[in-house]
Structure formats: structure tokens, C-alpha cells
Design a protein around this ligand. Structure first.
Ligand code: FE2
Length: 424
């Protein structure tokens, strides 16, 4: 429910009530968003919001008293910058300034024709709360400067060592407060997150802290699971899988849903992410570990059948990026040159961008391991990979219409790898 904001409430300070987590943004669409935060005591939470930071015209008040605040704003205008403040019935606690804002998702049409570029930030194995994570964050912020991050993804192992509330506080909420309050975060679960979480029961801190869409609230086929889900943003369809605690068999619920979801999508781009990589020779080996083998053998044929463009994973603490490939489901020694749809760099100024037909099956996929957002370990070359680096960093995806640019950014904001895919 929204009502006109009473001016008298602005600036009121609430004694002894503290925000202990957030605010952070979940499940953003072109017309809705979820704002979450936690307080040190149970109160009836309130969000004030509007398109002018000096006049937050709208208000949404929780109907129950809680310490864990989950407020869904709906009826929003697409591709619009909203400022917000959070607090309780007594008044605003924080926000109402230029740096507390979110931007609703643009329409598919405006992005598809290239009128509205989209920037996506991607972190893998980030949850150590250490100096490396901070420097990777700062490297990205230096790179992006004033360019807004439309959304960001975490590829799992978001909180070391066992995914406790304290580890999420250190690994995420204390590490990325600026991005959390202005860009919607979408997470995949990793093995470390699963230390204190149960994907079958969907209990534990990971499932308590994040609000992914389970019923198609942001587009896509409902998964009825918070462990795996999909959503649309502009002209991109995102798929997040659980490579650890959910059934990975081809007859299981997750992969049945995946096939249905991919078949139903009509977006220009399909981007999938999960934790355990199908190809890696980093701190983990995709030839020997069961999660990695099954994701390759069972999931990749479904993904490639649906012409998914990019698959991003973590788990290995390395940066590994493939050629544009198709059909490699065996061990690394079975990779052959015919599996390369394009064996070049994918760089416009070198061998040329990767080209794909807009509507096709098995048009080629680029696989990326980006697990160095808090630690970089030794890596050896996997034959599917164009490049393999042991450098801390994060990924940036820029989508403009039928063009997708990917960059790997280090702690200094420098680009260490880049490639482009174009759709015809
Ligand atoms: Fe992992």
C-alpha cells in the first residue's frame, strides 16, 4: 500500500534503534523491487520512496513487527531512478539522500534495439571479507566510476567458511554496502554457503538472507525453489542453478525445470551461472570432481541445446575463459578442435568478435571461471580455455542490444581479458 508521505516525519531520529544489516536490494523488475534490512530490535519497518530525494512521496509500511525487514515495492515505473529511505513508524533511520537509490529495469524493447545499455558486475568466491576482496571491489568501482551497476551476480562461496550469519556480514554486508543499497544482487549458492544451509529444506542463513524469485516474479518459468531460479532483465534471460545441494540428475526437478525455462525464453541473450565449473584446471579439476563432471555431462547439453551464450562459475580461484565452443561433455583430453565454433580471441581488434545467430541451437557458448574475487590460486591451461589467469578480479558484462562485451577487471581497474559476442 502506498500513501502520500507526511512531511513532518522527515528527519526524525529513532533512539537506540540500529540497522545491523543492509539495506540491500532483491528481485528487481521493471515495476517492483524488494528492499531488505535488519534492525537490532523488532519494529514495524517503513520505506519512503520517490523520484526526488528531497521529496519521497510514497510510503510502504510493514504490517507486522520484525527485525528482518522485507519490503516489496510495486507499481513502479520502468527504467526510473527512485530514491528511498528506510526506518520505522516513528521516522526515517537512514537514506533520503542522493546515494540511496535504485533504478527499475528497462523494457525488453528499449534494450533490444540498443537504446539502453546494461552493466552487470559479477563476483566469484568473494566471501572472505579480506583485503583482496576489498581491492577487487575498489578495482571495479574505479573502472565503472559513475556508470551505474544495473545488477550484480555472485557465483557462490559468498561467505567463508561455512556460510554463517557472521560470515555473510563480513563477506557481503560490510564489504559492499554502497553497491548493495543501489544495485540488485542475485546470488548462486556455493559449497561454502551450503555449510550452514540445506538446499532440500531451503533453510539456513543463505536461504534466510536472500529473496530470489521462485514463482516467476521476475520473468521465466517458476522454479518453486530458492536454490535455482531464473529472471529477465531487459533483453537478457538469466538462469541460476544449484550445482551442489540439489539433484543434478537429468530426470530431477532442477533440470526438468531448466529445460522448460530455457525453451520458454524469447530473450536476445541467455546467461547462466552456478558455482561448480564444467571446465577448470585451477584449484579444482573438472576431470576428477563429481559436481563439476555432472554439471558438464548432464547440464551442458541442455544449456547448449537452448543456445545459452555465457556460463559463469566460480569454485576454482582462477580466471579461465573459453573459446566459443560447443559439444564438449567429456574429460579435458577429449576436447578437439571441432568443438571450437570460433577458436579466436573474440576480440574486435584481433581475430574478431564471436558471431552467433539470434535464434539457433548449439550456436556456441563461452564458459568463464571467475573465482578470484577474494583469492587467486595457481591455474593450468584447460584445452577449452582461450586464457587462464591467476589474478584477483571480477567480471563486467555490458549488453547493448545484440552486442555483449565481457571484461575481466583487476584490483587496479585494469582490463586483463576481454571479448565480444554479437548476435545477427
Ligand atoms: Fe566452492
Amino acid at each position: 500500500m502506498t500513501v502520500i508521505y507526511p512531511e513532518a516525519e522527515q528527519g526524525t531520529v529513532i533512539e537506540n534503534l540500529q540497522i545491523v544489516r543492509g539495506p540491500y536490494l532483491q528481485q528487481g523488475t521493471s515495476s517492483s523491487i524488494i528492499i531488505r534490512w535488519a534492525t537490532n530490535a523488532p519494529v514495524q519497518g517503513v520505506v519512503w520512496y520517490g523520484t526526488d530525494p528531497d521529496r519521497l512521496c510514497f510510503k510502504h509500511q510493514e504490517t507486522t513487527i520484525t527485525s528482518d525487514h522485507i519490503v516489496k515495492l510495486s507499481g513502479l515505473t520502468k527504467d526510473t531512478k527512485y530514491y528511498y529511505a528506510i526506518g520505522a513508524v516513528a521516522g526515517i533511520q537512514i537514506g533520503g539522500t542522493e546515494d540511496y537509490f535504485f533504478v527499475t529495469a528497462p523494457s525488453q524493447e528499449s534494450v533490444s534495439v540498443g537504446l539502453r545499455p546494461i552493466r552487470i558486475w559479477v563476483l566469484g568466491d568473494a566471501g572472505r571479507g579480506n583485503d583482496v576482496a576489498a581491492s577487487v571491489r575498489d578495482g571495479y568501482l574505479k573502472f565503472t566510476q559513475t556508470r551505474h551497476t544495473d545488477l550484480w551476480l555472485m557465483l557462490g562461496d559468498n561467505a567463508y567458511d561455512t556460510g554463517t550469519y557472521e560470515e555473510y556480514q563480513r563477506g557481503i554486508f560490510d564489504m559492499y554496502p554502497q553497491v548493495l543499497r543501489s544495485s540488485v544482487l542475485w546470488t548462486a549458492i556455493g559449497n561454502h554457503d551450503a555449510g550452514c544451509a540445506n538446499s532440500q529444506l531451503q533453510t539456513g542463513p543463505y536461504y534466510e538472507l536472500f529473496s530470489p524469485p521462485t514463482r516467476g516474479e521476475a520473468g521465466g518459468v517458476p522454479s518453486f525453489s530458492a536454490a535455482y531460479y531464473s529472471f529477465d532483465y531487459g533483453n537478457i534471460h538469466f538462469i541460476c542453478l544449484d550445482s551442489y545441494g540439489s539433484d543434478r540428475s537429468s530426470s530431477g526437478r532442477m533440470l526438468n525445470w531448466l529445460a522448460d525455462d530455457l525453451a520458454a525464453s524469447r530473450q536476445d541473450w541467455k546467461v547462466a551461472f552456478w558455482h561448480h565449473p564444467p571446465y577448470t584446471k585451477g584449484s579444482h579439476d573438472s576431470d576428477t570432481e563429481i559436481e563439476l563432471i555432472e554439471m558438464r555431462e548432464v547440464v551442458l547439453p541442455i544449456v547448449e541445446e537452448a543456445n545459452v551464450d555465457i556460463v559463469m562459475c566460480g569454485h576454482s580461484h582462477s580466471y579461465e575463459r573459453s573459446y566459443l565452443i560447443n559439444g564438449h561433455y567429456g574429460s579435458s583430453d577429449s576436447f578437439d578442435e571441432q568443438m571450437k565454433k570460433d577458436g579466436g580471441s573474440g576480440r574486435e581488434d584481433e581475430s574478431g568478435v564471436y558471431q552467433k545467430p539470434l535464434l539457433a541451437s548449439h550456436g556456441g557458448t563461452v564458459y568463464i571461471v571467475a573465482g578470484t574475487s577474494a583469492l587467486a590460486d595457481h591455474v593450468s591451461p584447460h584445452p577449452a580455455m582461450y586464457t587462464s589467469l591467476s589474478i584477483p578480479g571480477s567480471l563486467v558484462l555490458d549488453v547493448q542490444g545484440k552486442r555483449l562485451d565481457v571484461k575481466f577487471i583487476d584490483c587496479h581497474g585494469q582490463v586483463n581479458d576481454y571479448f565480444t559476442i554479437k548476435k545477427q
